[in-house]
Design a protein around this ligand. Structure first.
Ligand code: FMN
Length: 183
């Protein structure tokens, strides 16, 4: 996590990032953060999809952070430019069905595709706005807020900013961009 380099000697099939985050030998305390991430694992499991020439087509990153009722766990996928969002999904959360649980609504999830996770300075900029955001052109960094679920919406913004930022996967993403990104 701190160098962004690929680690040899860890089997990605059996590596459990959530267990690592709880293990003092394999994690560090996180600096104070709005996503309420408590510990950062020394190593993280990411997925790089490449074409036959080895060019990056997509990278899938683990994300987690506090909603209203508990931690949301999921993934964000970025295109080969390491900037454009391909998709966002949560595989585990405790939010209320019909309110924060609307993070699972396919129509809401579809709003993420094509938005930009980072601004021109490569600072994490993507987030959930209050109310409707508009099209990708109108709101490149914003996704519609979930009605009646401001706390969950804010939680999603906070966790994305954390994991895409310097205390999260920022060093890895910087290294990935440095190897030459594809569009
Ligand atoms: C039973 C119950 C379940 C709720 N579940 C959620 C939730 O999952 N996520 C959330 O952000 N707010 C939830 N809320 C609402 C929050 O308490 C708060 O009112 C809301 O986030 C404000 O959002 P709004 O400004 O869009 O109305 C719930 C409220 C009640 C009474």
């Amino acid at each position: 996590m701190s160098t962004g380099r690929v680690v040899e000697g860890i089997d990605p099939v059996t590596f459990d990032q959530r267990a690592a985050s709880l293990d003092p030998a394999r994690s560090q305390p996180a600096p104070d953060n709005a996503a309420r991430v408590v510990r950062i694992p020394t190593e993280a499991l990411v997925y790089e999809m490449r074409d036959d020439a080895g060019r990056l087509e997509m990278v899938v990153l683990p994300i987690e952070g506090l909603g209203l009722w508990g931690t949301l766990y999921g993934f964000i996928a970025l295109d080969g430019d390491v900037r454009t969002v391909r998709g966002l999904t949560f595989y585990e959360h405790k939010e209320t069905p019909g309110l924060g649980g609307e993070v699972d609504n396919p129509r809401w999830k579809a709003l993420w595709t094509g938005r930009l996770a980072f601004d021109d300075d490569l600072t994490p900029a993507i987030g959930v706005v209050k109310g409707p955001a508009g099209s990708v052109t109108e709101a490149p960094y914003g996704v519609d807020g979930l009605s009646g679920a401001t706390i969950t919406s804010r939680g999603v913004t906070n966790l994305l900013r954390f994991w895409l930022g310097p205390d999260g996967l920022g060093p890895y993403l910087t290294r990935l961009r440095g190897e030459g990104v594809s569009n």
